[in-house]
Ligand binder design. Sequence first.
Ligand code: NAD
Length: 307
Amino acid sequence: MTNILITEFMNEESVKTLKKNFNVKYDKNLFQNEKKIKEEISNFEAIIVRNKTQLQKTVLDEALKLKFVGRLGVGLDNIDKEYCDKKNIHIQIASGINADSVAEYVIGSSLHLIKNITLFNYETKKGMWPRSSFNSRELKEKIFGLIGFGAIGKKVCKIVQSFGAKVITYDPYIDKKLENEFNLKFMPFDDVISNSDIISIHVPLNNETKNLINTNAFKKMSKKPILINTSRGSIVNEDDLINAYKNKVISGFALDVFENEPIEEKFYSKIDDTFNCIITPHISGVTEESNKKISEFITNKLINFFN
Ligand code: NAD
């Protein structure tokens, strides 16, 4: 019988379905123990991971029988794709399936930050009545800049347009015909970041996008925008972000992803309650609904692959 290893959390119903078809070892904390994964991986034909399990060359070299990697989500920065291709290991991602979840997070945090709700909330909870301490603005007629126009960028575009925002986008790899279909403008990167009131990042992490938002980029943000990053931490330089906020180059930020996860003190100690910001532990793509859909999707793909 085919052996399946699951190293991060997965919907329980899908685990049950897999157990009916395969020998399954499910340990949702195993991603923390790379040594153990290395020792055991030679027994398994398939592995199911999220974004924490490192499937790099040293681990894959031990994976003598591995034929299938199921990725519960998108983003392959924890998996050596080139080496998997070389070893003929199929990688199955769940593209677009958590896009609704991430898009809703982007809208929620945009509204919170543009209205300064985080700050009003903080002071009101302390017994203050800060009606005129902060300004509150509307999403309507703001310029919403998207960096990356894939599954998530498209969902965000549709929703913010329904609020009356105008969308501008940088994505050099996309069919320019989408400009008409989505009623937006494609522009060079510098133009998007300099013209936007809100900038939301939806690109994969790779050599081209690492450190994309750094001091140089912040200098071009002339409208004091809000910055939202749900993609990968290293796309935004965290030191430069804090400096940009302190120097009032940006008026707020939401981060769901960080250079180091879990978040480290050297970063969070720089943020205090007076910051118009939201930081969350890489959860924008994780809802009850998306977990179920992604788990079912990868389960079905895996069953089809081995049948
Ligand atoms: P996608 O593959 O559908 O879209 C990515 C888009 O980025 C593509 O249109 C591509 O052309 C574009 N792109 C690639 N390189 C670019 C560059 N250098 N400049 C501009 N555009 C570029 O992916 P998606 O589903 O929209 O997800 C986007 C990213 O969000 C993922 O790569 C993943 O890292 C991240 N993500 C995070 C969570 C979370 O829970 N925080 C959940 C899902 C996805």
